[in-house]
Design a binder for this molecule. Sequence first.
Ligand SMILES: [Zn+2]
Length: 309
Amino acid sequence: MLKKGCLKKTLKALTLSKLAILTNIHFAYSFTHQATFEHGRNGFLPDNNLQFPADDKSSGLDQKSAEKIILSIQKEFKSDIEKRGGVLKMNLVWQDPSVNALASRNLENPKLYEVKILGGLARHPMMTSDTLALIACHELGHHIGGSPTKKAGASMMSVEGQADYFAGLRCLKRVFALEDNRDVLKKFPREIEAKAALEKCSLVYGNENELNVCLRIARASLEVGRLFQSLSKKGTRVSLLTRDTNVVDKIFEGHPAAQCRVDTLMSGALCDKDLLDQTSNKDENLGVCSQKNGDQIGLRPSCWFVPAA
Ligand SMILES: [Zn+2]
């Protein structure tokens, strides 16, 4: 329910050769005499060489709109990070033309939880306010999305699927709950998708605003799924009418396929836990929906997740 208002592990020093290998598996580590986890460049989105320079004003979001979205998320989650003894710093790097986003922790200053949204991402023609919010929420999810976390190196950061799950489960709900969510159904890309979203969200939410927030997350999930597909140029069209039927035998830490990501975001949206619940890096069942918690809806999908034995 929307209850808003009632609502390191030390990284070993890596040699340059190891650095090159890691970059190829979609982590970018930058080292001087420190270790930084950076999720980006090859990070949130499929590999792409797209560039939208700051003087390209033809499409996407303008700077003011993008900053407003990022600031609203920072404001909402500032205290969550403070409770962990940290400081949240979310920035829009407007001049950067790359189409991506980053989450980073510097081991020399581990209290600083950083998220960077690069200007080229905000200027992408397919970008909307809600998809940018979803991507910023995914980056925040790497910091506070909880278990499962990355096994290789950056063990303080949630894996890709978990960061997506956190975006739908908690971050977007808390941010959207503060806004006007009426008429969300009218703005769906296709009526058939709107019906599918309504069917799913109605199973869980009776309250009008909660229902509309769920629908809004569904719409943003579809939009971002289509952005993944347009960049990766593969896979069938994502939809709320289908699901990724792949079953992994161990947790997949990388970026799941576009449909799997949409399924994960929707599972988060359909998990009706208190929005002020916190997740844990040590307990994959805390603050989430899981079989162990006796939940049947809102579980992390088996296209990337395997419950701990
Ligand atoms: Zn990520």
